[in-house]
Design a protein around this ligand. Structure first.
Ligand code: UD1
Ligand code: CA
Length: 455
């Protein structure tokens, strides 16, 4: 029987003080709810259901394919959040893990342990020992140490509030009988909510067995309810991810100044310098030096490449390339091997052939640059006529003189040369030189006369 995960994500997250629903706030460029979905998947859950409510369209829009959506029309409590999934789970058997969309640090191993522990029980609660239990439900135990109930802080007595064993809000249920038990829960409490935590009492009354396991590292179960907690959770996640990559052979000069999103992959012997941000599904091969001051989003960087103080978004970079300082590679660029993109160069939707160089101050957009081309400083593709974008093609080994304006559409032949300062509007045949320049005028002794006139 395949295990199923249900993620509660219908709440608004009032304490975030945000127009954005809480589970869409991000840690390392990735929405909170994604961490929970990924942990459930890694723990081996075959189905994942996300219960949405507040601003459901926004939350549903970011859910990955394959995740099932359930709608909770009214936020009347966590027992109802699970109950609304009854129809979606009709006919399902086995175990249901219930997780919260605002608990992003939970590890797959912990979920797997909870699933294991559920065997032979109607349900299992994941508890934690908290130094500061404030805000959490407290775990009540009988004289034999067995769990007998959970009391929310707002409903707890003074004595119960002193209990430091807390409910993490993570549970595993045997599906059989679950929905009948949920229906037995009422909202007779200070918040007039249907508490999922009350299911413990329902089980105990029925004589159904309730188990518990305690998480070893309480930071895993930290709930994100405010922006301060969001920053704290980000720090924990950043450290966790960076330590895993350092263990895998990546050097970080200052790991606290490197931000690596969860879907990034890095190969050994790559070095990340301070202020490096790697986002999306970025993949960096070995022996690269990335940073300082660099942001790479959803791009691949080949082995042995250097990216210094630059931005690269949605691009493919080959091996032994050199990028920056201060280059901006916009979406759709493909650099073959041994390409140099130098200082303050902007590239967009351009393919650059092996060994080509664009070393200084250029804008090259919608272009095909052949292998071993050299583009002189300040050269620009004039790719936009105000209405449409046009393509520039530069053949292998061509030499573009400094400050050439390539007015697209235009094609430069293989091995062709343009004179510095030329505005090229017509195609250039292979091996030809094109110069477009007014003849230089010399006015003798101009300075002397000019000075006289102006004094
Ligand atoms: C809950 C637990 C508390 C536990 C704590 C751990 C209950 C009654 N209490 O409290 O014992 O210590 O988590 O973090 O469950 N949600 C819905 N629909 C609703 C209400 C909530 O989807 O109608 C979602 C929220 O979006 C959130 C999760 O359920 O993701 C938990 O709700 P929240 O209001 O944050 O509960 P806590 O007060 O934190
Ligand atoms: Ca919470």
């Amino acid at each position: 029987m395949a295990d199923i995960a249900l993620i509660m994500a219908a709440g608004q997250g009032t304490r975030m003080k945000s127009r954005t629903p809480k589970v869409l706030h991000q840690i390392l460029d990735t929405p909170l709810v994604h961490y929970v979905i990924s942990a459930a998947e890694k723990a081996g859950c075959a189905r994942t259901l996300v219960v949405t409510g507040h601003q459901r369209e926004l939350v549903e829009a970011v859910l990955p394919d394959g995740v099932e959506k359930v709608f909770q029309p009214e936020r009347i409590g966590t027992a109802n959040t699970v109950l609304v999934a009854e129809e979606a789970l009709a006919g399902a058997e086995g175990k249901l893990v219930v997780l919260s969309g605002d608990v992003p640090l939970l590890q797959p191993e912990t979920i797997a342990a909870l699933l294991d522990a559920c065997t032979g029980h109607a349900m299992v609660v994941l508890t934690a020992h908290a130094d500061d239990p404030r805000g959490y439900g407290r775990v009540l135990r009988n004289e034999y140490g067995a769990i007998s109930g959970i009391v929310e802080e707002k409903d707890a007595t003074e004595e119960q509030r002193r209990i430091t064993e807390v409910n993490t809000g993570v549970y595993c249920f045997e599906l059989e009988g679950l929905f009948d038990r949920l229906r037995r829960i009422d909202n007779d409490n200070t918040q007039q909510e249907y508490y999922l935590t009350d299911i413990v009492g329902v089980c105990v009354d029925e004589g159904a067995s309730v188990g518990s396991i305690t998480v070893a590292d309480a930071s895993e179960t930290m709930g994100v309810n405010s922006r301060v907690q969001l920053a704290e959770a980000s720090r924990v996640m950043q450290r966790r991810i960076n330590e895993a990559w350092m263990t895998a052979g990546v050097t970080m000069a200052a790991p606290e100044l490197c931000w690596i999103a969860p879907d990034v992959t890095l190969a050994p012997d790559t070095t990340l310098l301070p202020m490096t941000v790697l986002a999306g599904a970025t993949k960096i091969e070995g022996d690269c030096v990335i940073g300082p001051d660099t942001r790479i989003v959803s791009s691949c960087i080949g082995a042995g490449s250097v990216v210094d103080s630059s931005i690269v978004r949605f691009c493919e970079v080959g091996e032994r390339c050199s990028i920056g300082p201060r280059a901006y590679l916009r979406p759709g660029c493909v650099l073959e091997n041994d390409v140099k993109i130098g200082t303050s160069v902007e590239l967009k939707a351009t393919r650059v052939g092996a060994g080509a160089k664009i070393p200084h101050l250029s804008y090259i957009g919608d272009a095909q640059v052949g292998p071993d081309v050299n583009i002189g400083a300040g050269s620009i593709t004039c790719n936009y006529d105000g209405q449409k974008k046009h393509e520039t093609r530069i053949g292998a080994g061509a030499f573009i003189g400094s400050d050439t304006m390539l007015v697209a559409p235009v094609e430069i032949g293989a091995g062709a040369v343009t004179g510095a300062g030329s505005t090229i509007t017509k195609d250039i045949p292979d091996g030809a030189l094109a110069v477009e320049r007014n003849e230089q005028t010399i006015i003798e002794e101009w300075t002397k006369r000019h000075r006289k006139e102006t004094h």
